[in-house]
Design a protein. Structure first.
Length: 265
């Protein structure tokens, strides 16, 4: 482990032998921040410091991203959730707040459902319960993201993440467009993990107080999934952000950050 002041980086060996990189910043109650599909911990760079007044933030590079191993197999949202628990065990954290966005929200659902004793409070952002009852993105979005031109795909993803008004004032670089160093097999593994996610049957077993957030203009994960999650998770609270797309947590940073901090107490 390297540790300088309020920064600590380490590697954790999971129960199936994969080395996973994790990062801890700040001091205070632990808050696990879980990134979107095919992204590493830098997904949170734009807002991470907003939580350091009360929390230490913990991130990880999913297997296949960042400094973590990229095995040929072992990509699923339940598997990623067990990697999160391995990180908590390694850091000696018995209980943490968990905030997951996009695929990270799917992973967080499994952490909260399978390990209720480890989650104090749960925040799910721009995510879905998965399974046949979830509301999927339009086929045209899928086709655009699977196109042969990398520059066109990146532009499409940027437009799905942020509104034109926001990108005009924030020219980037953007941290949410994927880890460019991923191997093709790891990128495919993340896609399969997200597409096959189905936590519908286990969501009613979530006992942690839960806040569900979404941008009302999100075409990557349609906002109708917010109501589905709230109906499945007992006593979940919700908030839609008007005009926001998938990366509401950056575009609505001040409002969303304050809401999450208040919820976490």
């Amino acid at each position: 482990m390297t540790d300088t002041g309020e920064r600590a980086d380490s590697f954790v060996r999971t129960d199936d032998g994969v080395s996973v990189a994790c990062q801890r910043r700040g001091t205070g109650r632990p808050l696990v921040l879980l990134a979107g599909q095919a992204n590493n911990h830098h997904w949170w760079d734009g807002v991470r410091e907003d939580f350091h007044g009360t929390h230490s933030t913990i991130t990880l590079d999913y297997r296949g991203t960042g400094a973590s191993d990229a095995p040929r197999e072992g990509y699923s949202t339940p598997r990623f959730a067990e990697d999160v628990v391995s990180v908590l065990d390694s850091l000696g954290i018995e209980r943490a707040d968990v905030y997951g966005t996009s695929m990270g929200g799917r992973v967080a659902e499994w952490v909260a459902a399978r390990h209720p004793e480890r989650v104090r409070r749960l925040v799910l952002g721009c995510t879905s319960p998965g399974g046949p009852l979830a509301v999927e993105r339009d086929p045209s979005v899928r086709r655009a993201l699977a196109g042969p031109d990398p520059d066109a795909v990146r532009q499409t993803l940027t437009e799905l993440m942020y509104s034109p008004g926001w990108t005009a004032e924030h020219p980037g670089p953007y941290r949410t467009l994927g880890d460019p160093r991923m191997t093709p097999h790891a990128r495919h593994g993340h896609l399969v993990a997200s597409n096959r996610h189905d936590a519908w049957d286990v969501l009613p077993s979530v006992v942690a107080p839960t806040l569900v957030l979404h941008g009302d203009q999100d075409r990557l994960t349609p906002p109708e999934n917010l109501a589905l999650l709230a109906a499945r998770i007992p006593d979940a609270r919700t908030r839609l952000f008007a005009g926001a797309r998938h990366a509401y947590f950056e575009e609505c940073r001040d409002t969303a950050g304050a809401l999450v901090r208040s919820f976490l107490g």
